[in-house]
Design a protein around this ligand. Structure first.
Ligand code: HEC
Length: 138
């Protein structure tokens, strides 16, 4: 196994594969990273490093967590599936797809990443290996 893949699979606390899959193996809580470094994605090492160190900097489409308070007092928390000028579609934490009109929304919290901040879990050396590994995923 290339040394760069060892952290991905073997790191006890980081456990990237628990939430991400590569070539159809791994979890689904985070985006599939199989094509992460393909030319269409235009990801560079800087972006990859940032994704690991500051997950909130750019949220992958469809994976931001949000919670909204409706005028009725109802609170919905989950991930944003889609949004347009009039509505917001959220997949709730109970796995229900709910569409809300923007007009009904009283308050909305800032979208954040469900990905743990890896700065505290990994050494610089491990992070460098990970960026190297991720940059081969095309
Ligand atoms: C608890 C689940 C979880 C773990 C563990 C996790 N991630 Fe994530 N990751 C996410 C989620 C959710 C997102 C999408 C939100 C975002 O963009 O930050 C994400 C986004 C990413 C992205 C950006 C993907 C894109 O398409 O823009 C990269 C790269 C990434 N993770 C790498 C890693 C690496 C490397 C590890 C292991 C060190 C890891 N993740 C561990 C949940 C996780």
């Amino acid at each position: 196994m290339p040394v760069t893949k060892v952290v991905w699979l073997g790191h006890v606390t980081a456990q990237c594969y628990r939430c991400h899959s590569v070539s159809a193996s791994g979890g689904t809580a985070g985006p599939d990273l199989s094509k992460l470094a393909s030319p269409e994605r235009k990801t560079d090492r800087r972006f990859l490093l940032e994704s690991i160190m500051i997950p909130n900097a750019k949220i992958a489409k469809g994976f931001g967590t949000v919670s909204v308070v409706l005028e009725s007092g109802k609170i919905i928390a989950g991930t944003i599936k889609s949004e347009d000028a009039d509505s917001l579609t959220i997949v709730s934490t109970q796995n229900k797809t709910i569409s809300v009109n923007r007009g009904e929304i009283e308050a909305k919290t800032i979208t954040s990443s469900a990905m743990p901040d890896m700065k505290k879990l990994l050494s610089l050396h491990e992070i460098r290996d990970l960026v190297e590994y991720l940059s081969t995923l095309d």
